[in-house]
Design a protein around this ligand. Sequence first.
Ligand code: ATP
Length: 261
Amino acid sequence: MSLLQIEGLGIDFGGLRAVNDVSFSLKPGEIVSVIGPNGAGKTTLFNMISGVYAPARGRVLLDGEDVTRMPPHLLARRGLSRTFQNLQIFQSMTVLENAVAGHHLHERGPVLADLFALPASRRRSRESEAGARALLERVGLGRAASQEAGSLSYGALKRLEIARALALKPRVLLLDEPAAGCNAVETEEIDHLIAAVAAEGVSILLVEHDMKMVMRISNHIVVLDHGEKIAEGEPAAISRDPRVIEAYLGAQATEATHADG
Ligand SMILES: Nc1ncnc2c1ncn2[C@@H]1O[C@H](COP(=O)(O)OP(=O)(O)OP(=O)(O)O)[C@@H](O)[C@H]1O
Protein backbone atom coordinates (compact mmCIF):
# COMPACT_ATOMS: atom_id res chain seq x y z
CA MET A 1 0.00 0.00 0.00
CA SER A 2 1.43 3.38 -0.92
CA LEU A 3 1.82 6.09 1.69
CA LEU A 4 1.91 8.97 -0.78
CA GLN A 5 0.13 8.74 -4.09
CA ILE A 6 0.36 11.39 -6.81
CA GLU A 7 -2.36 11.11 -9.44
CA GLY A 8 -2.32 13.09 -12.70
CA LEU A 9 -0.97 16.25 -11.06
CA GLY A 10 -0.75 19.36 -13.23
CA ILE A 11 -0.51 23.17 -13.15
CA ASP A 12 -0.18 25.94 -15.74
CA PHE A 13 1.55 29.33 -15.49
CA GLY A 14 -0.19 31.51 -18.07
CA GLY A 15 0.05 29.50 -21.26
CA LEU A 16 2.86 27.27 -19.96
CA ARG A 17 2.01 23.69 -18.90
CA ALA A 18 4.66 23.67 -16.15
CA VAL A 19 3.61 20.19 -14.91
CA ASN A 20 1.19 17.89 -16.67
CA ASP A 21 -0.38 14.55 -15.79
CA VAL A 22 2.34 13.35 -13.41
CA SER A 23 1.59 10.18 -11.40
CA PHE A 24 3.73 8.04 -9.10
CA SER A 25 3.67 6.69 -5.55
CA LEU A 26 5.86 6.11 -2.50
CA LYS A 27 5.74 3.16 -0.14
CA PRO A 28 6.74 3.49 3.54
CA GLY A 29 10.54 3.74 3.87
CA GLU A 30 11.07 4.18 0.13
CA ILE A 31 13.44 6.81 -1.29
CA VAL A 32 12.09 8.25 -4.55
CA SER A 33 13.94 10.95 -6.50
CA VAL A 34 12.50 13.34 -9.06
CA ILE A 35 15.07 14.32 -11.68
CA GLY A 36 15.05 16.19 -14.98
CA PRO A 37 16.83 19.02 -16.81
CA ASN A 38 16.53 22.64 -15.63
CA GLY A 39 12.98 23.90 -15.93
CA ALA A 40 11.54 20.37 -16.17
CA GLY A 41 9.01 21.13 -13.40
CA LYS A 42 10.61 19.42 -10.36
CA THR A 43 10.26 22.32 -7.90
CA THR A 44 6.76 23.12 -9.16
CA LEU A 45 5.75 19.49 -8.59
CA PHE A 46 7.24 19.64 -5.07
CA ASN A 47 5.37 22.86 -4.35
CA MET A 48 2.08 21.27 -5.39
CA ILE A 49 2.65 18.16 -3.26
CA SER A 50 3.63 20.22 -0.19
CA GLY A 51 0.66 22.60 -0.50
CA VAL A 52 2.61 25.70 -1.59
CA TYR A 53 0.90 25.74 -5.03
CA ALA A 54 -2.68 24.61 -5.70
CA PRO A 55 -2.66 22.11 -8.58
CA ALA A 56 -5.05 22.75 -11.47
CA ARG A 57 -5.44 19.03 -12.12
CA GLY A 58 -4.97 15.75 -10.27
CA ARG A 59 -4.85 14.57 -6.66
CA VAL A 60 -2.42 14.01 -3.79
CA LEU A 61 -3.34 11.14 -1.45
CA LEU A 62 -1.58 10.73 1.91
CA ASP A 63 -2.24 7.32 3.41
CA GLY A 64 -5.39 7.12 1.29
CA GLU A 65 -6.73 10.55 2.35
CA ASP A 66 -7.19 13.22 -0.32
CA VAL A 67 -4.94 16.11 0.82
CA THR A 68 -4.88 17.99 -2.50
CA ARG A 69 -4.61 21.79 -1.96
CA MET A 70 -4.24 21.38 1.81
CA PRO A 71 -2.00 24.19 3.21
CA PRO A 72 1.53 23.23 4.34
CA HIS A 73 0.89 23.50 8.12
CA LEU A 74 -2.08 21.10 7.94
CA LEU A 75 -0.09 18.71 5.75
CA ALA A 76 2.70 18.84 8.33
CA ARG A 77 0.23 17.84 11.06
CA ARG A 78 -0.83 14.90 8.93
CA GLY A 79 2.76 13.76 8.57
CA LEU A 80 4.14 15.40 5.43
CA SER A 81 6.98 17.87 5.95
CA ARG A 82 9.59 19.41 3.69
CA THR A 83 12.85 21.31 3.48
CA PHE A 84 13.54 24.17 1.08
CA GLN A 85 16.27 24.75 -1.50
CA ASN A 86 17.25 27.92 0.38
CA LEU A 87 18.07 27.24 4.02
CA GLN A 88 15.37 28.35 6.47
CA ILE A 89 17.77 28.54 9.44
CA PHE A 90 17.96 31.42 11.95
CA GLN A 91 21.69 32.11 11.69
CA SER A 92 22.03 34.15 14.91
CA MET A 93 20.18 31.60 17.07
CA THR A 94 21.93 28.56 18.52
CA VAL A 95 21.70 25.18 16.86
CA LEU A 96 19.48 23.99 19.74
CA GLU A 97 17.16 27.01 19.48
CA ASN A 98 16.72 26.30 15.77
CA ALA A 99 15.85 22.68 16.49
CA VAL A 100 13.42 23.73 19.26
CA ALA A 101 11.73 26.13 16.82
CA GLY A 102 11.02 23.12 14.56
CA HIS A 103 9.86 21.09 17.53
CA HIS A 104 7.49 23.82 18.74
CA LEU A 105 5.53 23.67 15.50
CA HIS A 106 4.69 20.12 16.43
CA GLU A 107 4.21 20.45 20.18
CA ARG A 108 2.51 23.85 20.17
CA GLY A 109 -0.09 24.30 22.91
CA PRO A 110 -2.36 27.28 23.65
CA VAL A 111 -0.51 30.57 23.07
CA LEU A 112 -1.94 32.13 26.29
CA ALA A 113 -0.41 29.36 28.39
CA ASP A 114 2.97 30.21 26.83
CA LEU A 115 2.50 33.94 27.45
CA PHE A 116 1.87 33.41 31.16
CA ALA A 117 4.46 30.61 31.37
CA LEU A 118 1.96 28.30 33.04
CA PRO A 119 3.34 25.01 34.45
CA ALA A 120 1.98 23.01 31.50
CA SER A 121 3.71 25.39 29.10
CA ARG A 122 7.01 25.18 31.04
CA ARG A 123 6.76 21.39 30.95
CA ARG A 124 6.13 21.52 27.20
CA SER A 125 9.22 23.71 26.74
CA ARG A 126 11.36 21.18 28.61
CA GLU A 127 9.90 18.38 26.48
CA SER A 128 10.56 20.39 23.32
CA GLU A 129 14.16 20.91 24.34
CA ALA A 130 14.65 17.23 25.13
CA GLY A 131 13.07 16.30 21.79
CA ALA A 132 15.24 18.84 19.96
CA ARG A 133 18.40 17.52 21.64
CA ALA A 134 17.50 13.96 20.61
CA LEU A 135 17.00 15.17 17.04
CA LEU A 136 20.36 16.92 17.01
CA GLU A 137 22.03 13.67 18.14
CA ARG A 138 20.24 11.88 15.34
CA VAL A 139 21.63 14.22 12.66
CA GLY A 140 25.13 14.24 14.20
CA LEU A 141 24.92 17.75 15.69
CA GLY A 142 24.60 16.85 19.38
CA ARG A 143 27.90 18.47 20.29
CA ALA A 144 27.13 21.66 18.37
CA ALA A 145 23.87 22.34 20.30
CA SER A 146 25.05 25.56 22.00
CA GLN A 147 26.93 26.94 18.97
CA GLU A 148 25.50 29.79 16.93
CA ALA A 149 23.94 28.28 13.79
CA GLY A 150 25.80 30.81 11.62
CA SER A 151 29.12 29.25 12.65
CA LEU A 152 28.25 25.80 11.25
CA SER A 153 29.70 24.40 8.02
CA TYR A 154 27.31 24.33 5.08
CA GLY A 155 26.85 20.56 5.31
CA ALA A 156 26.00 20.83 9.02
CA LEU A 157 23.44 23.57 8.25
CA LYS A 158 21.81 21.27 5.74
CA ARG A 159 21.58 18.56 8.42
CA LEU A 160 20.11 21.07 10.86
CA GLU A 161 17.47 21.89 8.25
CA ILE A 162 16.63 18.17 8.02
CA ALA A 163 16.47 17.98 11.86
CA ARG A 164 13.91 20.78 11.86
CA ALA A 165 11.77 18.96 9.31
CA LEU A 166 12.09 15.74 11.36
CA ALA A 167 10.81 17.57 14.46
CA LEU A 168 7.38 17.36 12.89
CA LYS A 169 7.65 13.55 13.10
CA PRO A 170 6.82 13.13 9.41
CA ARG A 171 5.78 9.93 7.69
CA VAL A 172 6.75 11.53 4.38
CA LEU A 173 9.71 13.90 4.08
CA LEU A 174 10.24 16.05 0.98
CA LEU A 175 13.85 17.17 0.54
CA ASP A 176 14.55 19.93 -1.96
CA GLU A 177 18.20 19.68 -3.03
CA PRO A 178 19.58 18.48 0.33
CA ALA A 179 23.14 18.26 -1.04
CA ALA A 180 23.22 21.53 -3.02
CA GLY A 181 26.41 23.45 -2.24
CA CYS A 182 27.92 20.56 -0.21
CA ASN A 183 31.34 18.99 -0.78
CA ALA A 184 31.82 15.24 -1.28
CA VAL A 185 32.26 14.47 2.45
CA GLU A 186 29.22 16.54 3.46
CA THR A 187 27.15 14.92 0.69
CA GLU A 188 28.09 11.48 2.00
CA GLU A 189 27.02 12.46 5.54
CA ILE A 190 23.66 13.59 4.17
CA ASP A 191 23.40 10.32 2.20
CA HIS A 192 23.79 8.34 5.41
CA LEU A 193 21.29 10.50 7.26
CA ILE A 194 18.65 10.11 4.53
CA ALA A 195 19.18 6.34 4.41
CA ALA A 196 18.89 6.11 8.22
CA VAL A 197 15.65 8.11 8.25
CA ALA A 198 14.20 5.95 5.46
CA ALA A 199 15.24 2.79 7.36
CA GLU A 200 12.94 3.96 10.19
CA GLY A 201 10.03 3.77 7.76
CA VAL A 202 9.82 7.44 6.66
CA SER A 203 9.17 7.79 2.92
CA ILE A 204 11.53 10.26 1.28
CA LEU A 205 10.86 12.27 -1.87
CA LEU A 206 13.95 13.98 -3.16
CA VAL A 207 14.76 16.62 -5.76
CA GLU A 208 18.52 16.67 -6.26
CA HIS A 209 20.91 17.72 -9.04
CA ASP A 210 23.80 15.57 -7.75
CA MET A 211 23.22 12.60 -10.04
CA LYS A 212 25.76 10.37 -8.27
CA MET A 213 23.90 10.84 -4.99
CA VAL A 214 20.54 10.19 -6.68
CA MET A 215 21.83 6.96 -8.24
CA ARG A 216 23.35 5.82 -4.91
CA ILE A 217 20.44 6.33 -2.55
CA SER A 218 17.22 6.12 -4.58
CA ASN A 219 15.03 3.02 -4.69
CA HIS A 220 13.05 4.55 -7.52
CA ILE A 221 13.50 7.52 -9.88
CA VAL A 222 10.87 9.63 -11.65
CA VAL A 223 12.11 11.63 -14.65
CA LEU A 224 10.43 14.84 -15.78
CA ASP A 225 11.02 16.75 -19.00
CA HIS A 226 9.02 19.83 -20.04
CA GLY A 227 6.59 19.11 -17.19
CA GLU A 228 5.77 15.54 -18.29
CA LYS A 229 6.90 12.27 -16.72
CA ILE A 230 9.03 10.64 -19.42
CA ALA A 231 10.31 7.64 -17.43
CA GLU A 232 10.38 5.99 -14.02
CA GLY A 233 12.13 2.97 -12.59
CA GLU A 234 15.18 1.72 -10.71
CA PRO A 235 18.39 3.78 -10.92
CA ALA A 236 20.26 1.32 -13.18
CA ALA A 237 17.42 1.20 -15.71
CA ILE A 238 16.95 4.99 -15.65
CA SER A 239 20.64 5.67 -16.31
CA ARG A 240 20.42 3.53 -19.49
CA ASP A 241 17.03 4.80 -20.67
CA PRO A 242 17.43 6.43 -24.13
CA ARG A 243 14.56 8.92 -23.47
CA VAL A 244 16.29 10.11 -20.29
CA ILE A 245 19.69 10.42 -21.95
CA GLU A 246 18.12 12.32 -24.84
CA ALA A 247 16.30 14.73 -22.48
CA TYR A 248 19.55 15.59 -20.67
CA LEU A 249 21.62 15.82 -23.88
CA GLY A 250 18.91 17.93 -25.53
CA ALA A 251 18.94 20.31 -22.57
CA GLN A 252 22.74 20.58 -22.72
CA ALA A 253 22.61 21.27 -26.47
CA THR A 254 20.06 24.06 -25.88
CA GLU A 255 22.22 25.58 -23.14
CA ALA A 256 25.29 25.41 -25.40
CA THR A 257 23.38 27.15 -28.22
CA HIS A 258 22.30 29.90 -25.82
CA ALA A 259 25.86 30.25 -24.54
CA ASP A 260 27.17 30.53 -28.15
CA GLY A 261 24.49 33.05 -29.04
N1 ATP B 1 5.84 31.01 -10.31
C1 ATP B 1 6.05 30.79 -11.61
N2 ATP B 1 5.49 31.57 -12.56
C2 ATP B 1 5.68 31.34 -13.87
N3 ATP B 1 6.41 30.34 -14.38
C3 ATP B 1 7.02 29.53 -13.49
C4 ATP B 1 6.87 29.71 -12.07
N4 ATP B 1 7.59 28.73 -11.43
C5 ATP B 1 8.16 27.99 -12.40
N5 ATP B 1 7.83 28.45 -13.63
C6 ATP B 1 8.19 27.86 -14.91
O1 ATP B 1 7.72 26.51 -14.88
C7 ATP B 1 8.68 25.63 -15.46
C8 ATP B 1 9.13 24.60 -14.44
O2 ATP B 1 9.95 25.26 -13.46
P1 ATP B 1 10.57 24.52 -12.19
O3 ATP B 1 11.27 25.56 -11.38
O4 ATP B 1 9.51 23.73 -11.53
O5 ATP B 1 11.62 23.55 -12.86
P2 ATP B 1 12.79 22.71 -12.15
O6 ATP B 1 12.78 21.37 -12.81
O7 ATP B 1 12.63 22.75 -10.70
O8 ATP B 1 14.09 23.52 -12.61
P3 ATP B 1 15.54 23.67 -11.88
O9 ATP B 1 16.21 22.36 -12.03
O10 ATP B 1 16.19 24.75 -12.71
O11 ATP B 1 15.28 24.09 -10.45
C9 ATP B 1 9.81 26.51 -15.99
O12 ATP B 1 9.57 26.78 -17.35
C10 ATP B 1 9.69 27.76 -15.13
O13 ATP B 1 10.18 28.89 -15.84
